[in-house]
Design a protein around this ligand. Structure first.
Ligand SMILES: [Zn+2]
Ligand SMILES: [Zn+2]
Length: 165
């Protein structure tokens, strides 16, 4: 994990008059150990493997703190649950493409989107603070071959996929 994340969180926690706890540090480490998006429950399962006595409530509270501190972002991938994204510190303007068949998420950045955001907000008399685009799509694999390894993996791991409309 990037040392500055812990430093920024420590600063934030101190400001709020909270104390550093070992349990919270384990959770923060788990959040930033991978660049995967996750739900609170997925994180809870992951943390419990290394630290069996972690409570669900502590996981949820820590996620709340990280979001409040601006270190972690909540995103909506269209599957009726809150997804957490640890990648905005490294890629502050990244966007998501989501396959509605298999749930695969691809991150992308595009300078033209930034220009478009600047143009539109300026035209309307605003100043952009943050912007994220979500594109819902269908992947080629399933369309062309009727099979998609990611869909099989998603079903096996019990991932909830969005209902087709
Ligand atoms: Zn992301
Ligand atoms: Zn797909």
């Amino acid at each position: 994990m990037n040392g500055s994340v812990q430093a920024r969180l420590d600063e934030f926690i101190r400001h709020k008059g909270l104390r550093r706890t070992a349990q919270r540090e384990v959770i923060v480490k788990a959040v930033f150990s991978k660049d995967e998006h996750f739900s609170a429950e997925e994180l809870f399962e992951r943390v419990r493997m290394t630290c069996a006595n972690t409570s669900r409530a502590t996981v949820y509270r820590t996620l709340g703190l990280l979001v409040e501190a601006g270190l972690l972002r909540e995103i909506d991938l269209g599957d009726d649950q809150t997804t957490y994204d640890p990648n905005f510190l490294d890629k502050p303007t990244h966007n998501h493409l989501v396959c509605i068949d298999c749930g695969r998420v691809v991150e992308f950045e595009d300078a033209q989107l930034g220009e478009l955001t600047a143009c539109v907000t300026q035209r309307l008399g605003f100043k952009p603070i943050r912007q994220a685009l979500k594109i819902e799509a269908t992947c080629e694999q399933l369309r062309n071959h009727g099979r998609c390894p990611n869909l099989i993996a998603a079903r096996l791991s019990g991932k909830r996929l969005r209902k087709k409309r």
